[in-house]
Design a protein around this ligand. Structure first.
Ligand code: ATP
Ligand code: LTN
Length: 331
């Protein structure tokens, strides 16, 4: 039997995960997992590119991994682990740092966005972050990386680095493809629907967190910013309404046209309340299962340790090849 192709992805434990992380990334991991050998991690090394409270970082890391399991990630197809448990990620990242250019890192929109908010004290790690992400991907000879639309540019850079090093040293890395879903790839902030919903940037009312209660979710959707019109239609001029339709579509599988047709003659308020209910119903079983996984820390630790050991063995093979190719003396 031919070996399965490899799929890799991760989420930063900068906060509790959002509805955007779930619909843009995790839901697709579950959908695609049967056809791939999968590696999913919580990227704590990435999270410290902005200041984290140590206690919360640990809690958020476990929350993310419990959410993966609760969403239906199946350990038969997937290895799940904490990024910092697999030291090869940081080691290869150093090498890749030496093979990517200041110019290309400076063009990353995520860096430009985030650094413009920080000012003088931009951590260097925020700048070199894409080299670490490239390491996460290239270590596993990955074919497919399911992510939201905001990560497309980082994936393109990863491909460029892989091609650059393969040209210099022969075939060290598979060149990965992004998988960006047609619906749900860019869930917007409920309070400023021209910006993406983000764990670390959105306000409490702008983001739906997977840890929110039904009451909180209802309140956030009822107060979602829309526009001064009344007609429910799907267009870029109506960013708030479009976002609510996208959220419904990503959960129910209905097209935007079908959803718009079902709201003929109805008001924005109906759309808001229905969207809240659809989200609440979708998240309820996920939240219950997440709590179950979190309530047995011993079992979670066991899963993560096994995951890290398996991932490290795979990653080490690539790292060894890279070290040999660039001329490091074997150990
Ligand atoms: P941070 O605010 O800390 O940068 P984030 O909420 O933007 O975090 P990440 O951890 O950077 O989320 O992203 C994890 C995954 O979720 C990535 O695949 C990313 O593309 C996806 N994602 C993040 N935000 C959204 C969103 N609003 N809509 C769809 N997908 C998203
Ligand atoms: N940079 C990603 C998170 C991330 C990732 C990865 C995603 C880090 N390493 C490897 C896919 C594959 C982000 O969403 N900010």
């Amino acid at each position: 039997m031919a070996a399965k192709k490899i799929m890799v992805s991760g989420v930063q434990p900068t906060h509790k995960l959002t509805l955007g992380n779930y619909l843009g990334a995790i839901k697709n991991w579950v959908k695609l997992q049967n056809e791939y050998e999968c590696y999913f991690f919580s990227v704590d090394l990435h999270a410290i590119t902005s200041r984290q409270d140590p206690k919360e970082l640990g809690e958020n890391t476990l929350f993310a991994l419990a959410t993966y399991l609760a969403a239906g990630i199946d350990l038969e197809h997937a290895t799940i682990f904490v990024q910092s448990h697999v030291r090869q990620h940081a080691e290869l990242a150093w090498v890749l740092n030496c093979f990517c250019y200041m110019g290309e890192l400076g063009r990353m929109t995520q860096f430009k966005d985030k650094s413009s908010r920080v000012g003088e004290t931009i951590p260097v790690g925020l700048f070199t972050y894409p080299a670490l992400m490239a390491s996460d991907i290239l270590l596993y000879q990955t074919e497919l990386v399911p992510v939201g639309a905001d990560q497309k540019q980082h994936l393109e850079l990863t491909r460029d680095i892989a091609i650059r090093m393969n040209n210099l040293y022969g075939p060290l890395f598979k060149v990965p493809e992004p998988y960006i879903p047609k619906v749900g790839a860019r869930i917007m902030d409920l309070q400023s629907p021209e910006n993406k919903m983000s764990k670390s940037v959105s306000t409490e009312m702008g983001a739906v967190f997977l840890s929110d209660s039904a009451k909180e979710i209802e309140k956030k959707f009822k107060r979602a910013v829309t526009d001064s019109g009344t007609e429910i239609s799907y267009s870029d001029e109506k960013a708030g309404i479009k976002n609510l339709i996208d959220i419904q579509s990503a959960i129910t599988g209905k097209t935007a046209e079908e959803i718009v047709a079902s709201y003929q003659g109805k008001l924005y308020g109906h759309l808001k309340v229905d969207t809240a209910n659809i989200v609440i119903q979708e998240l309820k079983p996920l939240q219950e299962r997440t709590q179950q996984f979190l309530s047995d820390k011993g079992e979670l630790q066991r899963i993560l340790r096994l995951g890290a050991d398996k991932a490290a063995a795979k990653a080490e093979a690539t790292l060894k090849n890279v070290y040999r190719a660039i001329g490091f003396v074997p150990y």
